[in-house]
Design a protein around this ligand. Structure first.
Ligand code: 4AD
Ligand code: MG
Length: 431
Protein backbone atom coordinates (compact mmCIF):
# COMPACT_ATOMS: atom_id res chain seq x y z
CA UNK A 1 0.00 0.00 0.00
CA UNK A 2 1.55 3.28 -1.17
CA UNK A 3 0.93 6.10 1.33
CA UNK A 4 0.51 9.61 -0.01
CA UNK A 5 -0.36 13.04 1.31
CA UNK A 6 -2.53 15.43 -0.66
CA UNK A 7 0.19 18.07 -0.63
CA UNK A 8 2.51 15.66 -2.47
CA UNK A 9 -0.12 14.04 -4.67
CA UNK A 10 1.51 15.33 -7.89
CA UNK A 11 4.32 12.83 -7.28
CA UNK A 12 1.88 9.94 -7.60
CA UNK A 13 0.07 10.61 -10.87
CA UNK A 14 -1.15 7.33 -12.40
CA UNK A 15 -0.42 5.36 -9.23
CA UNK A 16 -2.67 3.75 -6.67
CA UNK A 17 -2.21 5.37 -3.24
CA UNK A 18 -3.78 5.45 0.19
CA UNK A 19 -4.61 8.74 1.89
CA UNK A 20 -5.42 8.85 5.61
CA UNK A 21 -7.82 11.62 6.44
CA UNK A 22 -11.38 12.77 6.97
CA UNK A 23 -14.51 13.15 4.91
CA UNK A 24 -14.92 16.91 4.56
CA UNK A 25 -18.05 16.73 2.49
CA UNK A 26 -19.84 14.63 -0.07
CA UNK A 27 -22.42 14.74 -2.82
CA UNK A 28 -23.91 12.00 -4.90
CA UNK A 29 -25.69 11.56 -8.20
CA UNK A 30 -26.98 8.05 -7.71
CA UNK A 31 -24.29 6.18 -9.59
CA UNK A 32 -21.36 8.36 -8.55
CA UNK A 33 -20.38 9.71 -5.14
CA UNK A 34 -18.00 12.66 -4.89
CA UNK A 35 -16.05 12.63 -1.64
CA UNK A 36 -14.27 15.79 -0.51
CA UNK A 37 -11.31 14.35 1.32
CA UNK A 38 -8.96 16.29 3.59
CA UNK A 39 -5.83 14.94 5.23
CA UNK A 40 -4.46 18.02 6.96
CA UNK A 41 -2.07 18.81 4.14
CA UNK A 42 -4.82 19.67 1.66
CA UNK A 43 -8.14 18.82 0.04
CA UNK A 44 -8.82 16.42 -2.83
CA UNK A 45 -11.92 15.14 -4.55
CA UNK A 46 -12.45 11.38 -4.49
CA UNK A 47 -14.75 9.85 -7.09
CA UNK A 48 -16.57 6.60 -6.25
CA UNK A 49 -18.19 5.00 -9.33
CA UNK A 50 -20.85 2.42 -8.44
CA UNK A 51 -20.13 -0.03 -11.19
CA UNK A 52 -16.37 0.04 -10.61
CA UNK A 53 -16.18 -0.68 -6.88
CA UNK A 54 -17.44 -3.49 -4.68
CA UNK A 55 -20.98 -2.93 -3.52
CA UNK A 56 -19.92 -2.72 0.13
CA UNK A 57 -17.49 0.13 -0.61
CA UNK A 58 -20.22 2.09 -2.38
CA UNK A 59 -22.71 1.54 0.44
CA UNK A 60 -20.15 2.58 3.07
CA UNK A 61 -19.33 5.80 1.22
CA UNK A 62 -22.99 6.55 0.71
CA UNK A 63 -23.81 6.34 4.42
CA UNK A 64 -20.64 7.91 5.79
CA UNK A 65 -21.33 11.08 7.83
CA UNK A 66 -19.35 14.27 7.33
CA UNK A 67 -16.03 14.34 9.28
CA UNK A 68 -15.71 10.56 9.63
CA UNK A 69 -12.07 9.50 9.56
CA UNK A 70 -10.85 6.91 7.07
CA UNK A 71 -8.12 5.49 4.85
CA UNK A 72 -9.05 5.96 1.20
CA UNK A 73 -7.33 4.04 -1.57
CA UNK A 74 -7.54 5.01 -5.22
CA UNK A 75 -5.89 5.97 -8.46
CA UNK A 76 -4.37 9.46 -8.75
CA UNK A 77 -5.45 11.17 -11.96
CA UNK A 78 -5.11 14.64 -13.42
CA UNK A 79 -8.04 17.02 -12.97
CA UNK A 80 -7.52 20.46 -14.44
CA UNK A 81 -10.73 21.86 -12.98
CA UNK A 82 -9.51 21.88 -9.39
CA UNK A 83 -6.90 24.14 -7.77
CA UNK A 84 -5.03 20.99 -6.73
CA UNK A 85 -4.93 19.65 -10.30
CA UNK A 86 -5.62 16.01 -9.30
CA UNK A 87 -8.45 13.77 -8.14
CA UNK A 88 -8.64 10.28 -6.70
CA UNK A 89 -10.56 7.49 -8.44
CA UNK A 90 -11.55 5.60 -5.30
CA UNK A 91 -11.55 1.81 -5.13
CA UNK A 92 -11.57 1.18 -1.39
CA UNK A 93 -12.25 2.88 1.94
CA UNK A 94 -11.45 1.69 5.43
CA UNK A 95 -13.34 3.62 8.09
CA UNK A 96 -11.39 4.53 11.24
CA UNK A 97 -14.20 6.27 13.13
CA UNK A 98 -17.65 7.06 11.89
CA UNK A 99 -18.55 10.60 12.97
CA UNK A 100 -21.80 11.30 14.82
CA UNK A 101 -24.60 12.78 12.77
CA UNK A 102 -25.23 16.49 13.20
CA UNK A 103 -21.77 17.99 12.60
CA UNK A 104 -22.31 21.64 13.57
CA UNK A 105 -20.67 23.18 10.51
CA UNK A 106 -22.53 22.44 7.32
CA UNK A 107 -21.82 23.89 3.92
CA UNK A 108 -24.51 26.53 4.33
CA UNK A 109 -23.40 30.03 5.27
CA UNK A 110 -22.91 30.49 8.99
CA UNK A 111 -22.24 33.82 10.69
CA UNK A 112 -18.66 34.42 11.84
CA UNK A 113 -19.64 34.55 15.52
CA UNK A 114 -21.24 31.12 15.23
CA UNK A 115 -18.14 29.81 13.47
CA UNK A 116 -15.83 31.32 16.11
CA UNK A 117 -17.76 29.34 18.76
CA UNK A 118 -16.83 26.25 16.78
CA UNK A 119 -13.29 27.37 16.01
CA UNK A 120 -11.97 23.93 17.01
CA UNK A 121 -13.94 22.50 14.06
CA UNK A 122 -13.99 25.55 11.79
CA UNK A 123 -10.20 25.35 11.38
CA UNK A 124 -10.79 22.16 9.36
CA UNK A 125 -12.48 24.03 6.50
CA UNK A 126 -10.57 25.07 3.36
CA UNK A 127 -10.47 28.85 3.86
CA UNK A 128 -9.43 28.67 7.50
CA UNK A 129 -6.95 25.95 6.66
CA UNK A 130 -5.42 28.12 3.93
CA UNK A 131 -5.09 31.14 6.24
CA UNK A 132 -3.33 29.10 8.93
CA UNK A 133 -1.04 27.48 6.35
CA UNK A 134 -0.02 30.97 5.19
CA UNK A 135 0.48 31.98 8.84
CA UNK A 136 2.83 29.02 9.22
CA UNK A 137 4.74 30.05 6.09
CA UNK A 138 5.15 33.62 7.39
CA UNK A 139 6.17 32.34 10.81
CA UNK A 140 8.87 30.11 9.39
CA UNK A 141 9.92 32.74 6.83
CA UNK A 142 10.47 35.33 9.55
CA UNK A 143 12.58 32.96 11.62
CA UNK A 144 14.63 31.94 8.60
CA UNK A 145 15.09 35.54 7.51
CA UNK A 146 16.55 36.58 10.83
CA UNK A 147 18.56 33.41 11.34
CA UNK A 148 20.11 33.73 7.87
CA UNK A 149 20.96 37.38 8.52
CA UNK A 150 22.92 36.73 11.70
CA UNK A 151 20.26 37.43 14.32
CA UNK A 152 20.01 35.32 17.49
CA UNK A 153 16.61 34.37 18.91
CA UNK A 154 16.40 35.47 22.56
CA UNK A 155 13.11 34.92 24.38
CA UNK A 156 11.96 37.59 26.81
CA UNK A 157 9.86 36.71 29.86
CA UNK A 158 6.08 36.90 29.53
CA UNK A 159 5.53 37.74 33.20
CA UNK A 160 7.03 41.16 33.86
CA UNK A 161 7.26 43.46 36.87
CA UNK A 162 6.59 46.68 34.92
CA UNK A 163 5.00 48.18 31.89
CA UNK A 164 6.97 48.57 28.68
CA UNK A 165 4.58 50.50 26.44
CA UNK A 166 2.51 52.57 28.90
CA UNK A 167 0.34 51.36 31.75
CA UNK A 168 -3.22 51.46 30.42
CA UNK A 169 -3.21 48.24 28.46
CA UNK A 170 -1.76 45.80 30.96
CA UNK A 171 -3.25 42.54 32.16
CA UNK A 172 -2.42 42.41 35.83
CA UNK A 173 -1.70 39.12 37.58
CA UNK A 174 -1.02 38.10 41.16
CA UNK A 175 2.58 36.90 41.39
CA UNK A 176 2.90 35.32 44.84
CA UNK A 177 1.23 38.31 46.44
CA UNK A 178 2.87 40.95 44.26
CA UNK A 179 1.54 42.72 41.19
CA UNK A 180 2.95 41.53 37.92
CA UNK A 181 1.82 41.90 34.33
CA UNK A 182 1.55 39.93 31.12
CA UNK A 183 4.05 41.45 28.72
CA UNK A 184 2.92 43.91 26.04
CA UNK A 185 6.25 43.69 24.26
CA UNK A 186 9.58 41.95 24.65
CA UNK A 187 11.46 44.99 23.46
CA UNK A 188 13.22 46.17 26.61
CA UNK A 189 14.62 42.69 27.17
CA UNK A 190 15.58 42.47 23.50
CA UNK A 191 17.60 45.67 24.01
CA UNK A 192 19.56 43.96 26.79
CA UNK A 193 20.12 40.94 24.55
CA UNK A 194 21.28 43.15 21.65
CA UNK A 195 24.13 44.41 23.83
CA UNK A 196 25.14 40.78 24.37
CA UNK A 197 24.57 39.36 20.88
CA UNK A 198 24.60 42.38 18.55
CA UNK A 199 21.58 41.42 16.48
CA UNK A 200 18.68 39.62 18.17
CA UNK A 201 15.00 39.00 17.77
CA UNK A 202 12.27 37.85 20.07
CA UNK A 203 9.10 36.19 18.81
CA UNK A 204 6.30 35.41 21.15
CA UNK A 205 2.81 36.16 22.40
CA UNK A 206 2.14 39.64 23.72
CA UNK A 207 -0.86 40.88 25.65
CA UNK A 208 -2.89 44.07 25.54
CA UNK A 209 -5.84 44.68 27.83
CA UNK A 210 -7.34 47.29 25.51
CA UNK A 211 -11.12 47.10 25.21
CA UNK A 212 -11.00 47.49 21.49
CA UNK A 213 -13.49 45.83 19.17
CA UNK A 214 -11.98 46.68 15.80
CA UNK A 215 -11.07 44.14 13.15
CA UNK A 216 -7.38 44.90 13.84
CA UNK A 217 -7.17 44.25 17.56
CA UNK A 218 -6.57 41.10 19.54
CA UNK A 219 -5.88 40.95 23.27
CA UNK A 220 -3.30 38.23 22.73
CA UNK A 221 -1.21 38.43 19.58
CA UNK A 222 2.21 37.43 18.33
CA UNK A 223 4.95 39.91 17.68
CA UNK A 224 8.43 39.51 16.22
CA UNK A 225 10.83 42.08 17.64
CA UNK A 226 14.32 42.48 16.21
CA UNK A 227 16.78 44.72 18.03
CA UNK A 228 20.14 45.79 16.57
CA UNK A 229 23.22 47.36 18.17
CA UNK A 230 25.02 50.04 16.11
CA UNK A 231 22.01 50.46 13.79
CA UNK A 232 20.37 53.85 13.43
CA UNK A 233 16.94 55.05 12.34
CA UNK A 234 17.64 54.69 8.60
CA UNK A 235 19.27 51.26 8.95
CA UNK A 236 16.22 50.13 10.92
CA UNK A 237 13.85 51.03 8.06
CA UNK A 238 16.02 49.16 5.55
CA UNK A 239 15.75 45.94 7.54
CA UNK A 240 11.97 46.37 7.77
CA UNK A 241 11.35 46.86 4.05
CA UNK A 242 13.71 44.02 3.18
CA UNK A 243 12.07 41.64 5.67
CA UNK A 244 8.48 42.48 4.68
CA UNK A 245 9.30 42.09 0.97
CA UNK A 246 11.02 38.77 1.61
CA UNK A 247 7.98 37.42 3.46
CA UNK A 248 5.49 38.52 0.80
CA UNK A 249 7.56 37.08 -2.06
CA UNK A 250 8.06 33.85 -0.14
CA UNK A 251 4.32 33.38 0.38
CA UNK A 252 3.72 34.13 -3.32
CA UNK A 253 6.18 31.38 -4.23
CA UNK A 254 5.37 28.74 -1.62
CA UNK A 255 1.64 29.20 -0.96
CA UNK A 256 0.13 29.64 -4.42
CA UNK A 257 -2.70 27.18 -3.83
CA UNK A 258 -3.74 28.79 -0.57
CA UNK A 259 -3.69 32.30 -2.09
CA UNK A 260 -5.79 31.01 -5.01
CA UNK A 261 -8.27 29.41 -2.65
CA UNK A 262 -8.58 32.72 -0.77
CA UNK A 263 -9.00 34.49 -4.14
CA UNK A 264 -6.26 36.89 -3.13
CA UNK A 265 -5.35 39.49 -5.78
CA UNK A 266 -1.67 38.55 -6.05
CA UNK A 267 -0.80 41.37 -8.47
CA UNK A 268 -0.99 43.75 -5.49
CA UNK A 269 1.44 41.55 -3.57
CA UNK A 270 3.89 41.17 -6.46
CA UNK A 271 4.69 44.89 -6.20
CA UNK A 272 5.97 44.55 -2.63
CA UNK A 273 9.72 45.08 -3.09
CA UNK A 274 12.15 47.56 -1.51
CA UNK A 275 12.37 50.51 -1.23
CA UNK A 276 9.11 51.52 0.47
CA UNK A 277 7.94 55.13 0.37
CA UNK A 278 8.59 57.29 3.46
CA UNK A 279 6.71 60.36 4.60
CA UNK A 280 7.05 62.27 7.84
CA UNK A 281 4.18 62.58 10.28
CA UNK A 282 4.09 66.31 9.50
CA UNK A 283 3.77 65.62 5.76
CA UNK A 284 1.04 63.09 6.47
CA UNK A 285 -0.90 65.71 8.44
CA UNK A 286 -0.64 68.11 5.48
CA UNK A 287 -1.82 65.38 3.14
CA UNK A 288 -4.88 64.71 5.31
CA UNK A 289 -5.74 68.40 5.61
CA UNK A 290 -5.58 68.81 1.83
CA UNK A 291 -8.03 65.92 1.56
CA UNK A 292 -10.41 67.76 3.92
CA UNK A 293 -9.92 65.62 7.01
CA UNK A 294 -10.24 67.48 10.31
CA UNK A 295 -6.83 66.73 11.76
CA UNK A 296 -4.34 68.67 13.87
CA UNK A 297 -0.61 68.18 14.37
CA UNK A 298 -0.38 66.00 17.49
CA UNK A 299 -3.50 63.92 16.76
CA UNK A 300 -3.18 60.17 16.38
CA UNK A 301 -4.21 58.51 13.14
CA UNK A 302 -7.43 56.54 13.10
CA UNK A 303 -8.29 53.81 10.61
CA UNK A 304 -9.73 56.22 7.96
CA UNK A 305 -6.57 58.36 8.10
CA UNK A 306 -4.26 55.37 7.81
CA UNK A 307 -6.29 54.00 4.92
CA UNK A 308 -6.27 57.32 3.08
CA UNK A 309 -2.50 57.67 3.45
CA UNK A 310 -1.88 54.05 2.42
CA UNK A 311 -4.13 54.45 -0.63
CA UNK A 312 -1.70 57.01 -2.08
CA UNK A 313 0.86 54.23 -2.60
CA UNK A 314 0.97 50.68 -3.91
CA UNK A 315 3.48 49.49 -1.30
CA UNK A 316 3.54 49.74 2.48
CA UNK A 317 4.44 53.27 3.56
CA UNK A 318 6.62 54.41 6.48
CA UNK A 319 5.26 57.33 8.47
CA UNK A 320 8.31 58.73 10.25
CA UNK A 321 9.12 61.38 12.87
CA UNK A 322 5.98 61.24 15.01
CA UNK A 323 5.57 63.82 17.77
CA UNK A 324 7.69 62.79 20.76
CA UNK A 325 4.69 63.29 23.06
CA UNK A 326 2.67 60.62 21.27
CA UNK A 327 5.19 57.82 21.51
CA UNK A 328 6.77 55.61 24.17
CA UNK A 329 9.48 56.91 26.52
CA UNK A 330 12.32 54.90 24.96
CA UNK A 331 12.17 56.45 21.49
CA UNK A 332 15.14 58.63 20.47
CA UNK A 333 14.15 62.26 19.84
CA UNK A 334 15.54 63.69 16.61
CA UNK A 335 18.63 65.73 17.66
CA UNK A 336 17.77 68.26 14.94
CA UNK A 337 14.15 68.62 16.10
CA UNK A 338 13.50 67.00 19.50
CA UNK A 339 9.74 67.55 19.14
CA UNK A 340 9.73 64.45 16.92
CA UNK A 341 11.24 60.98 17.27
CA UNK A 342 13.52 58.91 15.07
CA UNK A 343 10.91 56.24 14.61
CA UNK A 344 8.34 55.05 12.12
CA UNK A 345 5.14 53.08 11.77
CA UNK A 346 4.77 50.94 8.68
CA UNK A 347 1.27 51.12 7.20
CA UNK A 348 0.18 48.21 5.02
CA UNK A 349 -1.71 48.79 1.76
CA UNK A 350 -5.41 48.10 1.18
CA UNK A 351 -6.59 49.39 4.56
CA UNK A 352 -4.79 46.84 6.74
CA UNK A 353 -3.29 49.57 8.91
CA UNK A 354 -0.13 49.63 11.01
CA UNK A 355 1.82 46.38 10.85
CA UNK A 356 5.10 47.62 12.35
CA UNK A 357 6.07 50.11 15.03
CA UNK A 358 9.75 50.83 15.56
CA UNK A 359 12.41 53.40 16.40
CA UNK A 360 15.94 54.20 17.30
CA UNK A 361 16.21 53.91 21.12
CA UNK A 362 17.54 56.44 23.58
CA UNK A 363 21.09 55.33 24.36
CA UNK A 364 22.23 58.34 26.37
CA UNK A 365 21.98 57.76 30.14
CA UNK A 366 21.01 61.31 31.12
CA UNK A 367 18.40 61.64 28.41
CA UNK A 368 16.83 58.34 29.44
CA UNK A 369 16.70 59.37 33.09
CA UNK A 370 15.11 62.69 32.15
CA UNK A 371 12.46 60.91 30.10
CA UNK A 372 11.67 58.35 32.81
CA UNK A 373 11.25 61.13 35.36
CA UNK A 374 9.18 63.30 33.02
CA UNK A 375 6.78 60.41 32.49
CA UNK A 376 6.70 59.49 36.17
CA UNK A 377 7.89 55.97 35.55
CA UNK A 378 9.23 54.03 38.55
CA UNK A 379 13.03 54.12 38.21
CA UNK A 380 13.58 51.18 40.59
CA UNK A 381 11.96 48.63 38.29
CA UNK A 382 13.87 50.00 35.29
CA UNK A 383 17.28 49.81 36.98
CA UNK A 384 18.48 47.00 34.78
CA UNK A 385 17.35 48.89 31.66
CA UNK A 386 19.14 52.03 32.86
CA UNK A 387 22.30 50.02 33.50
CA UNK A 388 22.47 49.13 29.80
CA UNK A 389 23.24 52.84 29.33
CA UNK A 390 25.99 52.80 31.95
CA UNK A 391 28.03 49.94 30.56
CA UNK A 392 29.00 50.25 26.92
CA UNK A 393 25.93 52.00 25.59
CA UNK A 394 25.63 52.31 21.79
CA UNK A 395 23.07 53.71 19.35
CA UNK A 396 20.61 50.93 18.61
CA UNK A 397 17.26 50.39 16.96
CA UNK A 398 14.51 47.87 16.61
CA UNK A 399 10.90 47.29 15.75
CA UNK A 400 7.90 45.04 16.30
CA UNK A 401 5.88 43.41 13.55
CA UNK A 402 2.42 42.14 14.45
CA UNK A 403 2.08 38.65 13.00
CA UNK A 404 -1.71 38.55 12.76
CA UNK A 405 -2.09 41.90 10.99
CA UNK A 406 0.57 40.80 8.54
CA UNK A 407 -1.26 37.52 7.90
CA UNK A 408 -4.57 39.38 7.43
CA UNK A 409 -3.00 41.68 4.84
CA UNK A 410 -1.18 38.98 2.88
CA UNK A 411 -4.28 36.74 2.90
CA UNK A 412 -6.55 39.67 2.07
CA UNK A 413 -9.10 38.78 4.75
CA UNK A 414 -11.29 41.23 6.57
CA UNK A 415 -10.87 40.27 10.23
CA UNK A 416 -7.79 39.55 12.31
CA UNK A 417 -9.58 36.93 14.45
CA UNK A 418 -9.31 34.44 11.59
CA UNK A 419 -5.51 34.73 11.44
CA UNK A 420 -4.73 33.07 14.79
CA UNK A 421 -5.71 29.51 15.73
CA UNK A 422 -7.69 30.53 18.82
CA UNK A 423 -8.43 34.24 19.09
CA UNK A 424 -8.65 36.19 22.34
CA UNK A 425 -10.78 39.30 21.97
CA UNK A 426 -12.86 41.52 24.24
CA UNK A 427 -15.83 39.16 23.99
CA UNK A 428 -14.11 35.86 23.49
CA UNK A 429 -12.04 33.48 25.58
CA UNK A 430 -13.74 30.27 24.26
CA UNK A 431 -12.79 27.83 22.85
O1 4AD B 1 3.36 49.62 17.91
P1 4AD B 1 3.50 48.60 19.01
O2 4AD B 1 2.70 48.78 20.23
O3 4AD B 1 5.05 48.54 19.32
C1 4AD B 1 5.69 47.92 20.35
O4 4AD B 1 5.17 47.20 21.17
C2 4AD B 1 7.17 48.09 20.30
N1 4AD B 1 7.72 47.82 21.63
C3 4AD B 1 7.77 47.19 19.26
C4 4AD B 1 9.25 47.31 19.16
O5 4AD B 1 9.75 48.36 18.76
N2 4AD B 1 9.99 46.27 19.49
O6 4AD B 1 3.15 47.16 18.40
C5 4AD B 1 3.87 46.67 17.29
C6 4AD B 1 2.95 45.98 16.32
C7 4AD B 1 1.91 46.89 15.67
O7 4AD B 1 2.44 47.58 14.58
C8 4AD B 1 0.85 45.87 15.25
O8 4AD B 1 1.23 45.23 14.03
C9 4AD B 1 0.91 44.86 16.36
O9 4AD B 1 2.18 44.97 16.98
N3 4AD B 1 -0.14 45.12 17.35
C10 4AD B 1 -1.28 44.42 17.43
N4 4AD B 1 -1.75 43.38 16.71
C11 4AD B 1 -2.95 42.86 17.06
N5 4AD B 1 -3.69 43.32 18.08
C12 4AD B 1 -3.26 44.35 18.83
N6 4AD B 1 -3.99 44.78 19.87
C13 4AD B 1 -2.01 44.94 18.53
N7 4AD B 1 -1.27 45.95 19.06
C14 4AD B 1 -0.15 46.03 18.33
MG1 MG C 1 2.29 51.23 17.28
Amino acid sequence: MLKATIENIHKFEGQEVTISGWLYNKRSSGKIIFLQIRDGSGFIQGVVVKKEVEEEVFTTCKGLPQESSFHVTGLVQKDDRSILGYELLVNNVEVVAEAEEGYPISLKEHGTDFLMDFRHLWMRTPRQHAILKIRDEINLGLREYFHENGFTLVEPPIITPASCEGTTELFEIDYFGENAYLSQTGQLYAEAAAMAFGKVYSFGPTFRAEKSKTRKHLNEFWMIEPEMAFVDFEGNLEVQEDMVSYIVQRVLTNRKKELALLQRDTSALEKIKPPFPRITYTEAVEMLKKADFTFEWGDDFGAPHETYIADQYDKPVFITHFPTEMKAFYMQPDPEDPKVILGADLIAPEGYGEIIGGSQRIHDLDLLLTKLRAENLPEEVYQWYIELRRYGTVPHSGFGLGLERTVAWICGIDHIRQTIPFARTLNRIYP
